[in-house]
Design a protein around this ligand. Sequence first.
Ligand SMILES: Nc1ncnc2c1ncn2[C@@H]1O[C@H](COP(=O)(O)OP(=O)(O)O)[C@@H](O)[C@H]1O
Ligand SMILES: [Mg+2]
Length: 378
Amino acid sequence: MKVNNPFIITSKYVSKEYFCDREKESAELVGNIRNWRNTVLVSQRRMGKSGLIGHVFSTPEISKEYETFFIDIYDTTSLDDFVLLLGKEICERLQSRGEKLVEKFLMTVSSVVASFSADPISGMPSIDLKPSATSSAGKSLEQIFKFLESSSRPCVVAIDEFQQIADYRDGKKIIATLRKLVQNCQNTCFIFAGSNRRMMGQLFNTPSEPFFMSCTPLYLDAIAIDKYTDFVSGHFKNNGKKIEKKCIETVYTLFDGHTWYMQYVFNRIFEITDAGETANLQSIETAIINIFDIFEHVFQEMLLRVSEKQKALLIAVAKENKVKNITGSQFISTYNLKTASAIQGALRPLIENETITKEVDCYRITNRFFSLWIAKRY
Ligand SMILES: Nc1ncnc2c1ncn2[C@@H]1O[C@H](COP(=O)(O)OP(=O)(O)O)[C@@H](O)[C@H]1O
Ligand SMILES: [Mg+2]
């Protein structure tokens, strides 16, 4: 597929042409799948987990031999949602490989009923699943696993934002059930991905938890600067444009190599650079001003939703970019933040709703554009 702008900012994987590096991580993930190791894949949000999974699923080693399924359960709130989403993904993937497989799925998973329709806009066939009147989500889940296990090709199931299950009603019980089903699989391999490091750690690294030590961990860090620089300048060159190396390095440093934010900026810079022109530091400035304009209302509104104390803390953290000692006297006095306990009080809900991220050794505002915007405005 040829796209107009080579810097993709949706999380849907397009093709390897637009995918930078991740060679080592891809090889590891392929190795895990081919050697029947389940993976727990963790990174910050928007670093590239979904992209990596899409990339690995499209490699010949996997796509030629395995049936691959991917669900993002971020928006699900119950096991019912979960099984319908997984069921729908399986049906849709199988549909492209022939009616027979879908029929077999619906025979095996008798606790869901399907209705078929054509998407009104694209005309693509679409499948809607509903639980049958007498079924339970637990039963459907068992039947789905049974189906996967009976597939003639081995299956890989990737569950993105897996930590969400912990928030379901009866989350603990569901996780234990899932662990049992996963453990008994001989034909299906799993990738559990998640952005919430604290919750993923809780699920996979706590001895009392069902999934403890049951998966091979894979942590996704920033793409190396030299790899990303080659990627960006290559795409400019392929399109008859140029970009100064310094420009790429500046963006990389500004976002600590955080993938989506860099992609977003280069998507804009690519757009505003005409063929034959060279993008430079001024292009970054223009792109960022443009991005601030777009998000202005969103960011204003985000600040309206927090208390005065939280706002003061957000401004202080944004101005520092990263804060190592958030209750330290230096940080308190520089930003007039009163007391350490007041900071703790303001911080807790901001971490809870992921406005602030706690990294291994520091705190920062999760959304890097928001952070830059606050630092500039206040
Ligand atoms: N290796 C890569 N090369 C280029 N763009 C990437 C790469 N990995 C991710 N992206 C882009 O970065 C953004 C975030 O990636 P995504 O996989 O959705 O992150 P996550 O699942 O960790 O939240 C997406 O727009 C995606 O297209
Ligand atoms: Mg994702």
